[in-house]
Design a protein around this ligand. Structure first.
Ligand SMILES: NC(=O)c1ccc[n+]([C@@H]2O[C@H](COP(=O)([O-])OP(=O)(O)OC[C@H]3O[C@@H](n4cnc5c(N)ncnc54)[C@H](OP(=O)(O)O)[C@@H]3O)[C@@H](O)[C@H]2O)c1
Length: 214
C-alpha cells in the first residue's frame, strides 16, 4: 500500500533524538525535520551534530538545537538540567527517540568483560532510564507525545555471542513495556522499534566475525 506522510505532519512538534550525529539517529533527525519538527540533536561528538544541524538548515527545516552529552558520564542532575533547558527554550517536548547505543564486544558469554558490560549497560539502559525519568513530566504536558526506544532482533530472542548487547536490549524492551503500561491512561504513547538488520562492521574478539547482523 502506498503510504504518504505530509511534509508538515510534525509541524510544531519538538522531538529529541539521542545519537543524532550518525547512523539511524542522524537519518531519523533529518526525516523528522523534513516533516516539520524542531529537532533536538543529542550526542557526544559535536562536529557530527553540527553537520546534521547544517544539513537540516540547508534543507529549509526548522532550526534545530544541539545538546552535547555523553551518556556514559551523564548524571541524573544533568538530565534534570537538560529538561529545564528544553522547557525554557521550547516550552514543550513532544517526542523522544532513544537511539544512542553501544554494541560492545561480541564474544562467548564466559569471556564478557566486566568493564564492557558496565559501559554498555550505562549507555543503553541506565542513560535511557535516567533521561526518561527526567523527561516524563515534560512529555505528560504535551497534547500528544511519543517516547520511542530502539531495540533489536536480539532484544526479543537471545543469540550466541551477543551477550551484553542482547541483555541491554531485553532491558530496553522491558523498560518500554513498563512505561507503556504505566502511561497507558496519559497522552504519552511508548513504543520500541527494531530498525532491522543492517550489515555492520563490529568489534570482535577473540573469535573472528567479519560482519554481523543485529
Ligand atoms: N544498525 C543496525 O543494523 C541496527 C539493528 C538493530 C538495532 N539497531 C539499533 O539502532 C540504534 C542506532 O544504531 P546505528 O547502527 O545507527 O548506530 P551508530 O551508527 O553506531 O550510531 C550510534 C549513535 O549513538 C551515539 N552514541 C554512542 N554512544 C554514545 C554516548 N555515550 N553518548 C551519546 N551518544 C552516543 C553515537 O555517537 P558518535 O557518533 O559520537 O559515536 C552515534 O551517533 C542503536 O540503538 C542500535 O542498537 C541498529
Amino acid at each position: 500500500m502506498d503510504y504518504h506522510v505530509s511534509s508538515d505532519a510534525l509541524k510544531g512538534k519538538v522531538i529529541l533524538v539521542t545519537g543524532a550525529g550518525d547512523g539511524i539517529g542522524r537519518q531519523a533527525a533529518l526525516s523528522y525535520a523534513a516533516h516539520g519538527a524542531t529537532v533536538i540533536l543529542l550526542g557526544r561528538t559535536v562536529s557530527k551534530l553540527e553537520a546534521v544541524f547544517d544539513e537540516i538548515e540547508a534543507a529549509g527545516g526548522p532550526t534545530p538545537a544541539i545538546i552535547p552529552l555523553d551518556l556514559m558520564g551523564a548524571t541524573k542532575q544533568n538530565y534534570l538540567d537538560m529538561v529545564d533547558t528544553i522547557e525554557g527554550q521550547f516550552g514543550h517536548l513532544d517526542g523522544v527517540l532513544h537511539n544512542a547505543s553501544l554494541l560492545g564486544v561480541l564474544c562467548p558469554f564466559e569471556q564478557i568483560d566486566e568493564k564492557t558490560f558496565d559501559d554498555v549497560m550505562q549507555v543503553n539502559v541506565k542513560g535511557a532510564f535516567l533521561m526518561t525519568q527526567a523527561m516524563v513530566p515534560l512529555l505528560r504536558k504535551s497534547d500528544d507525545a511519543r517516547l520511542v526506544f530502539t531495540s533489536s532482533t536480539v532484544g526479543h530472542m537471545g543469540r550466541a555471542f551477543w551477550g551484553t548487547y542482547a541483555i541491554s536490549k531485553f532491558a530496553t524492551e522491558g523498560m518500554m513495556q513498563v512505561l507503556a503500561d504505566e502511561l497507558s491512561d496519559t497522552r504519552v504513547r511508548v513504543n520500541a522499534i527494531n530498525p532491522g538488520a543492517r550489515a555492520q562492521k563490529c568489534v570482535h574478539r577473540p573469535f573472528r566475525l567479519r560482519m554481523a547482523i543485529y
